[in-house]
Design a protein around this ligand. Structure first.
Ligand SMILES: Cc1cc2nc3c(=O)[nH]c(=O)nc-3n(C[C@H](O)[C@H](O)[C@H](O)COP(=O)(O)O)c2cc1C
Length: 130
């Protein structure tokens, strides 16, 4: 199974989740701002994460999600961190759906920087889709 992990993280909280999910999947988590962020080979599962900023997602993440090639992504699974609201999850799902990419209903959320317990939960969450 081909798995990829992409994220956008301004202060590192979402990156912590991305790195844990990538570790479970045996791949590297790649920031969408990195040179190799594009999904150029077909993947079965794309884990994609971002955070909520002033009740929105970063425009770069939104544009990245909308620009994904649906031929290369069989399914997307969303994860997010935020202080309280899980609206980022809805916004990411919406952008992915606009790109024509099937999105897993279940998503993973952690409050700000994930604790060790939360990372264990993230590990179990990721394993369901790998
Ligand atoms: C400018 C700014 C705006 C934010 N707005 C919200 C918000 O509207 N709702 C919320 O629940 N959290 C909000 N947060 C909290 C972040 O979503 C949270 O700290 C998140 O874990 C940051 O992830 P990152 O380190 O991956 O960028 C905001 C944080 C910042 C810095």
């Amino acid at each position: 199974m081909n798995v990829a992990v992409r994220y956008l993280s301004r202060s590192g909280n979402t990156k912590v989740l991305a790195d844990k999910i990538a570790e479970v999947a045996g791949v590297q988590a790649v920031s969408i701002e990195a040179a190799d962020a594009a999904i150029t080979e077909p993947v079965d599962v794309l884990f994609v994460g971002g955070a909520l900023y002033a009740y929105g997602i970063d425009k770069k993440l939104e544009d990245y999600l909308k620009s994904l090639n649906k031929e290369n992504v069989k399914k997307a699974v969303v994860f997010s961190t935020s202080w309280i609201s899980k609206h980022s999850i809805d916004l990411m799902k919406k952008a992915l759906k606009e790109a024509g990419i099937p999105v897993e209903e279940e998503a993973f959320h952690a409050k700000n920087r994930p604790s060790d317990d939360k990372l264990k939960e993230a590990e179990n969450f990721a394993k369901k889709f790998i």
